[in-house]
Design a binder for this molecule. Sequence first.
Ligand SMILES: C[S@@+](CC[C@H](N)C(=O)[O-])C[C@H]1O[C@@H](n2cnc3c(N)ncnc32)[C@H](O)[C@@H]1O
Length: 469
Amino acid sequence: MAKHVVVTPERWLPKGETEVTAGQHVPMVVWGGIVGEEARVKVVHKGQNQARAIFEETDTPSPHRMQIPCDRYDPCGGCPMLHTDPEMQEMAHRSRVREALDRAGLDDVGLGAFTRSPRMFDFRHVVKLGWGWSFDGKRSKVGAWGRRDRRIVPIPKCNVAAPVLRRVMTSLAHHSIEMGLVPYDPISDEGVMRGAVIRASSKTGEVLVTLVAGRIPKKLDELAERIAQDNGEVVGVWVHVNMDEGNGLFHADEDGSIGMKALTGRDWIEEELDGIGIRVGPGDFYQTNPAMALPLYERTLNQLAPGPEDAVVDLYSGVGGLTLLAARRCGLAIGVEAVEGAVRRARESARRNRLNAEFIAGDVQEELPAIAKRLSHPLVIVDPARRGLHPDVREGLVEMRPRKLAYISCNASSMARDLAVFREAGAIVHDPELFDMFPHTAHVECLTIVEFEVEEARRAPRRKLLRKG
Ligand SMILES: C[S@@+](CC[C@H](N)C(=O)[O-])C[C@H]1O[C@@H](n2cnc3c(N)ncnc32)[C@H](O)[C@@H]1O
């Protein structure tokens, strides 16, 4: 096997690597390559179906190649596009979304505008950390799960994270190691620390820390106090217990709730969306790159264009940011979300902002039929997790025939699959627009508008669109 070969990658792959097929027995996946750039690569693995290689050098660098401003680029792997400029990142996103649409049979659907992130560094307002052992098993390590084998890679200088998160990460790693809080092993049920989610508000700079542990020894109270004392921005430290095997950070109870116990402080930080205060709690979802949230939400609502007599249904509403922005423009906004804490905070945010929004705690799959009975052809937003829509939800939406549907997604493949079903049912699928929510990664946020045909006879005057509940 030749260890070093010269290749020219042909396409971007879903995880941010590139692929070479020309002249290869099996497709070669190149880490650090750029499509169209001839480069020398080192082959690190040759299997029956795939070879893997790492970029080494090139005499003819792509004009889009950038100096990598991170010494953990390769072992961490969290920013696979860090070696490319924003223009190439846009091209790569476009090619991946294009492929997803083509694969789903939507080859006649085009691609709309790409909205860049106002910041390419320091933009992340949430980081997830893991605990693990060093290679020799003698020391605890705290950091990201590495790209090759999920071994922990410390990332104290991570320059995509907001500066306050870098400080809190470092402090948390330092104190947990000094206090002998070792990694938890779900197989032997030994140890304590599993992970942490640290979230900062882009409005106030306040930080909420959620520890994930296999058990809750007394020492965790001291750890929480130490972190809060070291970092004035930390307003709350909470702990979630997860003894499950596997890679999932949170364990959902039978009723779907995610248990949290206070170690110190309060259970929320506040974000702001065009003057609306939104509270985010320890187990809630909120956008990774808050500076992109408002452009995405405003574009969504401008496309749906609700009037004061319209109803907007926001499915998978999280802490309700988009629902509350919609409530300012329409007659009634309804959010549906599975995480109860997020729904509680969304209701509180509605009250505090004096907005007419209703939040339903539950599974979209189960709640949709009742909403469809209650509202005639409402405007609907869906923003599901990466797996996309459950088949029952797709079916329910086809039956409901929203006047317009806005599909927000961070996974073009599941989105394209769902859009193909809507199209099959006669809907018009407009060109997805792209939002750079996660710079330097292979992920991009898409917004697609879908229009269902609504028979005029069934399309009651707008005033009567709201049926009694
Ligand atoms: C991608 S997030 C979007 C949140 C929100 N739209 C926002 O912009 O912040 C998806 C949300 O869907 C929720 N979720 C996932 N599966 C669900 C389900 N089956 N029913 C209701 N909510 C669900 C998650 O808890 C999460 O808050």
